[in-house]
Design a protein around this ligand. Structure first.
Ligand SMILES: Cc1cc2nc3c(=O)[nH]c(=O)nc-3n(C[C@H](O)[C@H](O)[C@H](O)COP(=O)(O)OP(=O)(O)OC[C@H]3O[C@@H](n4cnc5c(N)ncnc54)[C@H](O)[C@@H]3O)c2cc1C
Length: 253
């Protein structure tokens, strides 16, 4: 919260009256007015503009089983590069059999005593990644695993799952931490149909300048089809977009 406050004061100090910051206002729709920019509609008003930078991020998909809400931030986490070191020499579980799950497992193998990856179906990750990760003796991976519940006291302790194939069987495994990698939901519904998106509804951008497929709309951060999700990447990409918007606005004059 302090960091956010400092950012806000910093922007206000330098931009003085040129920037207006609106808080608790959600964009619901953007209308493209031919040859006359855009009309941005929110829960609190409408704004006419020549250019837009979309930086609305994405929500991580969460587990929906008993214990998932209770142990959020008490052992359930979503970022191996951020939280991995906290689980040094611990037994951890990764949920998700796609590339994100296997790459998370790969990062965790550097710190953890053991990593167990549970995938609800067959692995979807690239075979070369799967092979590399499974070659590590600290690694175990299970397909056709259906999660039942997360157990613990003040912190996560174990996870119960059911193997659905070849035979139905339940298991309880030790879990000092659970890394969830089951996908994201980008916050991009208000530009659906306006700009090109990929299959996951992330805004497709030109990675040189952050332009979307529609002139006048730029996008940066987790709502785009960028490969990596980190604060500095999102902030850096937004700066890249603003450089480009600045030049574009000067061209429009
Ligand atoms: C649990 C967790 C831990 C992480 N830890 C780290 C870390 O330690 N280091 C690191 O570098 N990265 C970390 N990350 C990744 C990092 O948080 C993201 O990559 C980064 O926040 C992306 O920035 P962004 O601006 O694109 O989106 P966000 O930070 O998600 O910001 C998007 C903003 O847009 C707002 N918004 C959404 N929809 C609308 C709308 N319709 N109208 C108006 N506003 C809207 C949201 O409320 C939010 O304020 C972590 C991620 C998670 C989930």
């Amino acid at each position: 919260m302090d960091l956010t406050k400092n950012f806000k004061e910093h922007v206000k100090f330098y931009a003085r009256n040129f920037v207006e910051i609106k808080e608790r206002e959600e964009v619901s729709n953007i209308e493209h007015i031919k040859n006359d920019g855009f009309l941005v509609k929110t829960n609190n008003g409408e704004y006419k503009t020549k250019t837009i930078l979309v930086a609305t991020g994405s929500m991580r998909k969460k587990l929906n089983i008993p214990g998932a809400k209770e142990y959020e931030n008490k052992g359930i986490t979503y970022c191996a590069s951020c939280d991995g070191p906290f689980f040094k020499d611990k037994d951890v579980v990764v949920i998700g059999g796609g590339n994100a799950g296997f790459e998370t497992a790969l990062q965790l193998l550097a710190y953890c005593k053991s990593v167990t990856l549970l995938s609800r179906a067959e692995f979807k990750a690239d075979p070369v990644t799967v092979e590399k990760v499974l070659a590590n003796p600290k690694m175990k991976a299970v397909t056709n695993a259906s999660l039942i519940k997360i157990k613990g006291d003040n912190f996560v302790k174990s996870l119960v799952y059911k193997k659905t194939e070849p035979f139905v069987n339940s298991f309880e495994i030790k879990a000092d931490g659970i890394f969830v990698e089951i996908g994201h939901t980008p916050a991009t519904s208000f530009v659906d149909g306006l700009v090109e998106m990929d299959e996951f509804k992330r805004i497709k951008i030109n990675h040189k300048n952050q332009r979307s497929s529609l002139g006048g709309i730029w996008a940066a951060g987790d709502c785009t089809d960028v490969l990596y999700h980190q604060n500095n990447i999102a902030a850096g990409d937004a700066v890249k977009a603003l450089e480009d918007i600045y030049l574009e606005l000067h061209k429009m004059k």
